[in-house]
Design a protein around this ligand. Structure first.
Ligand SMILES: Cc1cc2nc3c(=O)[nH]c(=O)nc-3n(C[C@H](O)[C@H](O)[C@H](O)COP(=O)(O)OP(=O)(O)OC[C@H]3O[C@@H](n4cnc5c(N)ncnc54)[C@H](O)[C@@H]3O)c2cc1C
Ligand SMILES: NC(=O)c1ccc[n+]([C@@H]2O[C@H](COP(=O)([O-])OP(=O)(O)OC[C@H]3O[C@@H](n4cnc5c(N)ncnc54)[C@H](O)[C@@H]3O)[C@@H](O)[C@H]2O)c1
Length: 473
C-alpha cells in the first residue's frame, strides 16, 4: 500500500489549496477526485454565474441606453452568454489542470474515495492508500426541499440551469439566498418572467436588514416578483405549465410557470465516505470540526462546504491553508471568521463583513452605527446609481465590528474596510486616508467622516476649540 504524509479527498476550492500548499512544503501528497478538478466554484458555481451575470448586465445596460437616445433592438442570445461562460471556465480551468498538481509532485487518483480504516482510503472500491493525515474537502450539492409535486414537476438547480439551450419563459426561483437572487436577476434581464419565493420573512437572511430594501426595490423595478414569508404548498403539472400553490400571508395564491429553479441551500457530500465506521462525527448532515479544523478523529481534518460553516470559495481556501499549517507544519492555528467578507453579486451588489447591527446589539448595547446613502456620495449621483448605502458598526471607541453596503460593484470598493478591520484600524483611520475624488470608495470615507463629526460636534471639545479660535484671533 502506498503511504502519504497527507491524503486530500476532493479537488475543489478547499482541497486544491491544501494539496498544493502541503506539496510546496515537501509533504508527500495524494489527491483523490473523480474529476474534473476545480469543484463547484469552477464548474457550476462562482465562475459560470459571474460570467452570466456580467452578460445580463451588458444586456440591461444596453436596454437602458434609450434614455441617452440610443435605441437598441433585438433579443438577447443565451447561446452567446453560454459561449462566454464556457470560455471563462476553460481559461480558469488551466489553474486546476491535473498535470499542474502532478508537476508539483502530487499523486493524483482519478476516482471517488472513502474510508477503509482510520488511516486508509479506498478509491473506487479497489485501490487502497495510507495517509498519516487526511483532509476531507468533498463539498456540497443542492438541497432539495420536500415540496409536494416538485420532483414530478421537474426542476433545475445550479448544476443544470446553465446547461439549458434556452432561457425559461417564466421561472419560479425557490429560495431568496445568493444563488436564488443572482440567478433571478440575471434571467429576468435575459427576458424571463421571474418570481422568487422565500419562506423566511426576508431575502438574504444573513445580511444586515438595511441592505434589503434597496435590493427589493431594484428587483421590483426590474419586474421580478418577490414573495417572502411564503410557503409552497404543492406543485402540479398541466399541459401548458407548472401550477404552483403557495401560502402567502395566510392566503392561498396560485402562479403558473414554465420552469423552476431550486436554490434552497446546500447538502454536504458525506454519505459515501464511510465516516461512521472510523468514528468521524457528523451533526445535521455536516462534519463536526474543532477550531483547528480537526474532525473527531484528530488526524483527519475537514474544510469547505462539507463543514457547513461559510460556503464561500475564499473561506474554503483559507481553511485549506490553515490545515496545511496544522497538519503538515504541526502548528496549532485556530480558524477565525471575524474578518471574512462576502458579496452577493446582484446588481447592485451586497457586501457583508463581520456583525450585522442586530448581531452587534445582542453583544453590546453601546455600539455606534454610521450610515451614508449613496444619494449623498457624488460619484453615485453622477452615475445615477443612488439606490444603496454604506453602513459601519463600531464599538464606542470606533473599533470596527461590522460593515455592510449595497451599491454597484460594492464588493470591490468596500475591500478597504476588510483590510482596516483585519489590522485593527478604527473607523476614524479610514477618514484620514486620502481618497481620489470622486472614487466610489468615497462613500465609505464619508461614512467614516461621521465618526469625527460625532466626536467634534457633540462634545466639550467643540466649545474648547471655539474658545481657542477666539483667543487665537
Ligand atoms: C451557484 C453558485 C454560485 C456561487 N458563487 C460564489 C461566489 O461568487 N463566491 C464565493 O466565494 N463562493 C461562491 N459559491 C460557493 C463556492 O462555490 C463553494 O463554497 C466552494 O466551491 C466550496 O469549495 P469546496 O472545496 O468545499 O467544495 P468544491 O469546490 O465543490 O469541491 C468538492 C470536490 O470534491 C469532489 N468529491 C466529492 N465527493 C468525493 C469523493 N467521495 N471522493 C473524492 N472527491 C470527491 C468533487 O468532485 C469536487 O471536485 C457559489 C456556489 C454556487 C452553487
Ligand atoms: N456570491 C456568493 O458568494 C455566493 C453566490 C451563491 C452561493 N453562495 C454560497 O452558496 C450557499 C448556498 O446558497 P443558497 O442561496 O442556495 O443558500 P442559502 O442558504 O443562503 O439560501 C437559501 C434560502 O432558501 C430559503 N428556503 C429554504 N427552503 C425553502 C422553501 N422550501 N421554500 C422557500 N424558501 C426556502 C431559505 O430560507 C434561504 O433563505 C450560500 O450560503 C453561499 O455561501 C455564495
Amino acid at each position: 500500500m502506498k503511504k502519504y504524509d497527507l491524503i486530500v479527498l476532493g479537488g475543489g476550492a478547499g482541497g486544491l489549496v491544501a494539496a498544493a500548499g502541503a506539496a510546496s512544503f515537501g509533504a508527500k501528497v495524494a489527491l483523490i477526485d473523480p474529476g474534473p478538478l476545480g469543484g463547484d466554484c469552477l464548474w457550476t458555481g462562482c465562475v459560470p454565474t459571474k460570467s452570466f451575470i456580467h452578460s445580463s448586465k451588458l444586456i440591461y445596460t444596453a436596454k437602458s441606453a434609450g434614455e441617452f437616445g440610443l435605441k437598441t433592438e433585438g433579443k438577447p442570445e443565451f447561446k452567446e452568454a453560454k459561449a462566454r461562460l464556457e470560455r471563462a471556465i476553460q481559461t480558469i480551468q488551466k489553474h486546476d489542470d491535473p498535470q499542474r498538481f502532478i508537476d508539483m509532485g502530487i499523486d493524483y487518483y482519478d476516482g471517488r474515495g472513502s474510508f477503509a480504516g482510520k488511516h486508509e482510503m479506498i478509491i473506487d472500491g479497489s485501490e487502497k492508500i495510507y495517509g498519516k493525515r487526511i483532509v476531507i474537502a468533498t463539498g456540497a450539492r443542492p438541497f432539495i426541499p420536500p415540496i409536494q409535486g416538485l420532483r414530478e414537476a421537474g426542476y433545475e438547480t445550479n448544476e443544470t440551469i446553465l446547461k439549458r439551450s434556452q432561457t425559461p419563459k417564466s421561472l419560479l426561483v425557490i429560495g431568496g439566498g445568493p444563488i436564488g437572487l443572482e440567478y433571478a436577476q440575471a434571467f429576468a434581464r435575459f427576458g424571463s418572467q421571474v418570481t422568487v419565493v422565500e419562506m423566511a420573512p426576508s431575502i438574504l437572511i444573513h445580511d444586515d436588514e438595511d441592505c434589503i430594501p434597496p435590493i427589493m426595490k431594484t428587483l421590483k423595478e426590474e419586474g421580478i416578483q418577490v414573495f417572502t414569508d411564503t410557503e409552497i404548498k404543492e406543485i402540479s403539472v398541466t399541459k401548458e405549465a407548472k401550477q404552483v400553490v403557495m401560502i402567502h400571508q395566510g392566503k392561498e395564491q396560485k402562479i403558473a410557470v414554465t420552469d423552476i429553479l431550486v436554490a434552497t441551500g446546500r447538502t454536504p457530500n458525506i454519505e459515501a465516505l464511510n465516516l461512521d465506521s472510523v468514528g468521524i462525527q457528523t451533526e445535521r448532515g455536516v462534519i463536526v470540526v474543532n477550531d483547528r479544523l480537526q474532525t473527531t478523529l484528530k488526524h483527519v481534518y475537514a474544510v469547505g462546504d462539507v463543514i457547513g460553516k461559510f460556503a464561500f470559495t475564499h473561506a474554503a481556501g483559507e481553511e485549506g491553508k490553515l490545515v496545511v499549517s496544522n497538519a503538515v507544519l504541526g502548528l496549532r492555528r485556530k480558524v477565525n471568521y471575524q474578518h471574512l467578507p462576502w458579496v452577493t453579486y446582484t446588481d447592485p451588489q451586497v457586501f457583508h463583513l463581520g456583525m450585522t447591527e442586530r448581531e452587534a446589539r445582542q453583544k453590546d448595547t453601546k455600539i455606534q452605527v454610521y450610515k451614508t446613502t449613496l444619494a449623498e456620495a457624488d460619484r453615485f449621483i453622477t452615475e445615477q446609481t443612488e439606490a444603496g448605502l454604506v453602513k459601519v458598526i463600531t464599538d464606542k471607541r470606533g473599533v470596527i465590528l461590522g460593515a455592510h453596503a449595497v451599491g454597484p460593484d460594492a464588493g470591490d470598493w468596500m475591500q478597504e474596510i476588510v483590510f482596516a478591520k483585519r489590522y485593527g484600524h478604527k473607523i476614524g483611520d479610514l477618514s484620514q486616508v486620502i481618497h481620489p475624488y470622486p472614487a466610489r470608495t468615497g462613500a465609505l470615507q464619508k461614512t467614516a467622516d461621521l465618526f469625527w463629526r460625532d466626536k467634534l460636534f457633540s462634545s466639550k471639545i467643540t466649545k474648547w476649540i471655539a474658545r481657542y479660535v477666539r483667543w487665537f484671533r
